[in-house]
Design a protein around this ligand. Structure first.
Ligand SMILES: *[C@@H]1O[C@H](CO)[C@@H](O)[C@H](O)[C@H]1NC(C)=O
Ligand SMILES: *[C@@H]1O[C@H](CO)[C@@H](O)[C@H](O)[C@H]1NC(C)=O
Length: 442
């Protein structure tokens, strides 16, 4: 009798333990690259080279969002919230999530450069065209509007006002190119899952139900999913459910997108290893962006120290932003020139100019035996050894180019440089870690 009792008890403990473990381990969903066959934007008639060109062009547009002085909105100069620039389809990855009860599918742009989660909502006073059906809050049994005296509403500070109806929190969130979303701040159940993963439902996620949305949004998506460091971002809001402000992703190289999808994980991932190199996240204003410190870059054995002509300090803390929504890597121009010189010396091929004018360092493919030297990014606390696919791309049948460019505004460590790394952001420990990983097998 006692034995039966204790084995039942044991089973009970094992069971509760399993639930805890699976919860604490977090969950994963697909990150759908915007031009890959799984994406609604996929166009089979466009070739790989043209897709690369478009992605690079979007990088140049997106970089403006990181310049708050130049692009802040005129109507709310006192706002401390950064205004970010949205260009058509800004951001390179979609997340397939559902909101409400019963769940309605939302294809949101994953954005590590903003915080608010929002979707277009019925009734629409002004909406952009969208292919998926509009979310109707009246049809969801879990939709709750948020009162204007709540703490979630005050997190939006000057971007929120008190509505006339039932003391509800109205938000108005504008991005640097004058794109905007306005509507009700609400709490709703979000379901994460989809084709490859077991669905996970989380109640009471604060999001914007946008009744007036405009600007340069893309009709294949129905909103934005803010993954920044701010308190209203999905990362911050999920922290209680997954046991910490931790998320990670593994981006599949662009050439492999047709067969495999990239993934994003919320909560601690079993794939995180001690062998990963880790660098501190630097707290800077705004808290949305993920700042780290790049001390130097090596080309083979030659070490080039970071420099920025507008800064007195050689490698200022938090001198570069990690962004998954920008394809290229942007470096301060003087530092970039040093890199170009070192690469020109190291690569035994004829230098040619990029007909599109976007990229600064291109070479002619001759016998296909051009050796690309190892480039190492020396972050404070650890060295990330980059593979050729992180630094160069074939742009035409007979030309390959460096996927890093000069910037006067801000330095960005883009998504190509992060492909085939398991990248984990731990906002509690304030670190980011990189581990070389074949993301197609992840
Ligand atoms: C999103 O997930 C739903 C449910 O699993 C699925 O039916 C739909 O095809 C997915 N959409 C995309 C674009 O992957
Ligand atoms: C160079 O430093 C200045 C001053 O700190 C900063 O405003 C600017 O964004 C930096 N430029 C780049 C390209 O990082």
């Amino acid at each position: 009798m006692a034995a039966i009792f204790s084995s039942r008890l044991l089973l009970f403990f094992l069971f509760t333990e399993l639930i805890n473990v699976s919860f604490a381990a977090g969950f994963s969903i697909d990150l759908i690259q915007r031009d890959c066959p799984l994406s609604p934007l996929y166009d089979p008639s466009v070739n790989h080279f043209d897709r690369l060109h478009s992605a690079f062009r979007r990088s140049f547009s997106r970089i403006h969002r990181y310049n708050p002085q130049k692009y802040s909105t005129l109507d709310s100069p006192s706002s401390s919230i950064i205004q970010s620039t949205i260009i058509p389809g800004s951001g390179e990855y979609f997340m397939n999530i559902s909101i409400g009860t019963p769940p309605v599918e939302v294809l949101g742009i994953a954005d590590t450069g903003s915080d608010l989660i929002w979707t277009q909502c019925k009734p629409c006073t002004q909406c952009f065209m969208q292919d998926p059906p509009l979310f109707d809050p009246k049809k969801s049994s879990t939709y709750r509007s948020i009162p204007c005296d709540s703490s979630s509403c005050s997190k939006l500070s000057s971007q929120a006002t008190c509505g006339s109806v039932e003391n509800s929190c109205q938000y108005s969130y504008s991005y640097g190119d004058r794109s905007f979303t306005r509507g009700n701040l609400a709490a709703e159940t979000m379901t994460f899952g989809g084709t490859h993963h077991h669905p996970v439902s989380i109640p009471s996620i604060v999001l914007g139900c946008g009744h007036e949305n405009g600007g340069t949004f893309d009709e294949s998506g129905s909103g934005l999913i803010g993954l920044g460091g701010g308190s209203l971002s999905l990362v911050s809001q999920l922290s209680k459910s997954v046991g910490g402000k931790v998320f990670s992703y593994c981006l599949v190289p662009l050439s492999d997108q047709s067969l495999h999808t990239s993934k994003i994980t919320f909560g601690n991932s079993p794939s995180a290893k001690k062998s990963a190199i880790s660098t501190p996240l630097v707290a800077k204003d705004p808290e949305t962006f993920y700042y780290v410190t790049l001390e130097a870059i090596s080309v083979g054995e030659k070490r080039l120290h970071y420099k920025n002509s507008s800064s007195k300090v050689a490698a200022e803390k938090g001198n570069i932003i990690l962004d998954s929504g920008t394809t290229l890597t942007f470096l301060p121009s003087g530092f970039f020139e040093d890199l170009v010189t070192a690469l020109e010396e190291a690569i035994n091929a004829e230098r040619v100019s990029d007909p599109s004018g976007m990229l600064s360092l291109c070479f002619k493919v001759d016998d296909g035996d051009e050796q690309i030297p190892t480039i190492t990014a020396h972050f404070s606390g650890g060295d990330v050894v980059l593979q050729p696919l992180n630094t160069f791309a074939k742009m035409e049948d007979d030309m390959f180019c460096l996927t890093m460019v000069a910037s006067e505004e801000v330095a960005i460590f883009g998504n190509m440089a992060q492909m085939n790394f398991f990248v984990e952001y731990d906002l509690d420990k304030e670190t980011v870690s990189f581990m070389p990983t074949e993301c197609t097998k992840h």
